[in-house]
Design a protein around this ligand. Structure first.
Ligand SMILES: Cc1ncc(COP(=O)(O)O)c(C=O)c1O
Length: 448
């Protein structure tokens, strides 16, 4: 609070006009959000006069870092020619073709302003093309804030029900009970339980939507054989399989689905595809996407496929070559292997987890050797308070992470930045374990 006191004051002031102080209330970092004045490359400047290595990158959006010349010049060249047209230009098709070329399961794409909207479109497409109403999702999966999908991203031990048949829990007030009942919730990586539930409810289910590696509900990477089972069973039962790659598209040139080698029916995209401007997309099998053309499904938004967003998205993807993904994932592998080896050698419960892509998780487990395999492991074997302490200490020591225990790398980061991060995390964990740093925080509610 001392180090970021200007942010604290600004937060109090803006609370008078905006509920919680800022529209993006998921940026509450401990006592309040950290206000930022600018970003350059891998770093942000805060109103408090601190320069932080940005490990948040707007929850994984800024994969190139800040103020990237290719993005800036694409936008600066376009702006004098007008910024808002309902009429199409060439930009949208260019980005669509890039996504189709990269993601083999994507045959056609439709753009929106956010992944929340594109997840809604995916559900509507699945319902219209199957004639079914209910949907299935994984506990701990986040797919935006629509009524039908803001369910069981953050259940608690008190309301989550049994792991064998998780309860469908609304993550917000104002979601009708009938909508909650429309959602079948499944447990991540539970091979036999999930298959049994899908078979029992198969005929009612329009789609199964999932993140291959969850983010907002806590990082959990799905097992290869679990995802393969989901693909096989949904195909057999006629359930549309939707991969929500809003975050995980940054895993590689062909997305995270490319690393699994498993093909969904629909894919939702967001974050990096807008290059820092608001953009969401849904893409997939042409026979399903064609429902948007032949009148079976209607979806329309004033700013959908906004010229500047698709332009920035195309400029961003152009920079994201196979080589660029190799650099990002190389940094991720180095962070995971150096820190996990260090931690194991000293028998520490600190752990880097996830798929070793440029979106990594960190957690202080309740004992050494534990690993997160389902959302419920965050209740059972993650020390939420100590993990929060690490997040706050990172900010104190010059790094801005995703406070729930995640890091999102950018191409602007150098080897020296990564070395600094690894050494800082070691020193924070050592200080906590020698009790130089004590827990001073309540665990934050999981935010989006
Ligand atoms: C996997 C996933 N899906 C959907 C969304 C919603 O995206 P947006 O905030 O663009 O609506 C998010 C946002 O964090 C996400 O992580």
């Amino acid at each position: 609070m001392e180090r970021f006191s200007v942010s604290g004051r600004m937060s109090e002031e803006s609370r008078r006009s905006v509920p919680g102080g800022y529209s993006r209330n998921s940026f509450n970092f401990g006592p309040h959000a950290i206000f930022v004045t600018s970003g350059e490359g891998a770093y942000i400047e805060t109103v408090d006069g601190h320069r932080l290595l940005d490990l948040n990158n707007n929850y994984t959006v800024n994969v190139l870092g800040h103020h990237h010349p290719a993005l800036t010049s694409a936008l600066m060249e376009a702006i004098p020619h007008g910024i808002s047209f309902g009429n199409p230009g060439s930009q949208e098709g260019d980005l669509a073709r890039m996504l189709i070329e990269r993601i083999p399961s994507v045959e056609k794409v439709q753009f929106s302003c956010s992944a929340t909207e594109s997840c809604m479109t995916a559900v509507r497409l699945a319902r219209a093309t199957t004639g079914r109403t209910r949907i299935a999702k994984l506990e701990g999966g986040y797919h935006g804030f629509s009524d039908v999908l803001q369910i069981s991203a953050h259940p608690t031990p008190e309301n989550g029900g049994e792991a064998a048949a998780p309860a469908s829990v609304p993550d917000s007030g104002g979601i009708p009970a009938t909508t909650v009942d429309d959602v079948l919730v499944l447990t991540q990586n539970d091979l036999s339980g999930t298959e049994a539930l899908l078979r029992a409810h198969g005929e009612e289910l329009a789609c199964l939507i999932l993140e291959l590696q969850s983010g907002a509900g806590g990082m959990v990477a799905l097992d290869q054989e679990f995802v393969q089972m989901l693909r096989d069973v949904t195909r057999e039962l006629g359930i549309v399989l939707v991969f929500d790659e809003t975050i995980s598209l940054r895993a590689g040139y062909h997305g995270l689905q490319g690393l699994y080698g498993i093909t969904p029916d629909l894919t939702v995209m967001g974050k990096i595809i807008g290059g820092g401007l608001p953009l969401g997309a849904v893409g997939g099998r042409a026979d399903i996407m064609d429902a948007l053309e032949d009148g079976r499904v209607s979806v329309s938004g004033t700013h959908h496929g906004h010229k500047l967003s698709v332009l920035a998205g195309a400029a961003c993807l152009t920079e994201l070559t196979e080589e660029a993904f190799a650099t990002l994932n190389g940094h991720a592998r180095r962070i995971a292997s150096e820190l996990n080896t260090w931690s194991q050698d000293r028998n520490s419960p600190f752990r880097i987890h996830g798929r070793e892509i440029s979106h990594l998780g960190y957690a202080y487990m309740t004992s050494p050797g534990e690993a997160v395999r389902t959302h419920r492991d965050y209740w059972r074997i993650v020390d939420g308070e100590k993990t929060q302490t690490i997040s706050l200490e990172l900010a104190n020591r010059g790094y801005f992470p995703v406070h729930r225990g995640e890091m999102s790398l950018s191409l602007a980061m150098t080897d020296e930045d990564i070395t600094g991060l690894i050494e800082t995390l070691k020193s924070i964990v050592s200080d906590m374990e020698s009790e130089t740093v004590t827990n001073a925080v309540r665990p934050a509610t999981h935010a989006l």
